[in-house]
Ligand binder design. Sequence first.
Ligand SMILES: Cc1cc2nc3c(=O)[nH]c(=O)nc-3n(C[C@H](O)[C@H](O)[C@H](O)COP(=O)(O)OP(=O)(O)OC[C@H]3O[C@@H](n4cnc5c(N)ncnc54)[C@H](O)[C@@H]3O)c2cc1C
Length: 257
Amino acid sequence: MITRALTLAHAHAEVAEGVIPGAGLTLAMSRGADTPPPARVLDISTLSELRGITKEDAHLRIGALVTMQQLRESEIVRQVLPALSQMAGEIGSAPLRRLATIGGNVAWGAGDLVPVLLAYRAKLLCAGAKVSIEAPQRRGLIEAVCIPLAPFALTFAEKAGLRESFSPSLITVAATARINDGKLHDVALAVGGGAEPPRRLPSSETALAADTPDALGGRLREVIEHEILGVETDERARLRARIAANLLADCLRENRP
Ligand SMILES: Cc1cc2nc3c(=O)[nH]c(=O)nc-3n(C[C@H](O)[C@H](O)[C@H](O)COP(=O)(O)OP(=O)(O)OC[C@H]3O[C@@H](n4cnc5c(N)ncnc54)[C@H](O)[C@@H]3O)c2cc1C
């Protein structure tokens, strides 16, 4: 049964009771015929509070209902968050991008936008409080994504997949950094997408804070790969870690100060 959210307060109360919010409902398309639909879905697409892209003080507020197409078409997103603008254009097909929302992409957990948002140090706005993207259990209804408007000289995002499009990514990587006095500063590296749990890579970021990509040489790739792989021994996890480490190490070297 699909019911319509009447107000934002009504939506928060329903979601707190365990009702599933539905935005673009594109993930419902990919449910197999054998998968029963959820007993109750709350249609949140009517809530105007979850719409729009606005500049507020030192951050950009992107409403949870903003679609991939709207992200692509936004001039301010293209200017200040180029990696997010780029990745929004690489999600599914054009018809899917007209429906798929940023809130749904984040709440799903495997979305390709998540590592990009992590690299931009984004927070989620849930019931008026800013919460970490990496803490899904404390979220409830996502109202908006808030991203600090900090200019980064280095911004990078790349989705690695088995085919060109229409397949879930194997792994998605993203990076941001400032460049000062010939050195990289405030480096953020993130992975996610597909089967890879979305997260920042703090050990690799610390290694880069102490040394330049050139000084780290081949060790840079090793440090990143080791951190992504952790204790995993699965062959596909190894492949994902290797691809991600190559992409991130190459990007950091190519953009070195
Ligand atoms: C053919 C196809 C290709 C796809 N390709 C890609 C791809 O390349 N990359 C990618 O990342 N994804 C892809 N997807 C997955 C998905 O469509 C997108 O991630 C999309 O952004 C989900 O948004 P939605 O608005 O449709 O979410 P919905 O399907 O409405 O919801 C998805 C989940 O998020 C929850 N949710 C939605 N909005 C909120 C909110 N505001 N607060 C809390 N929870 C919420 C829902 O309860 C549900 O659990 C693809 C899907 C299909 C069918």
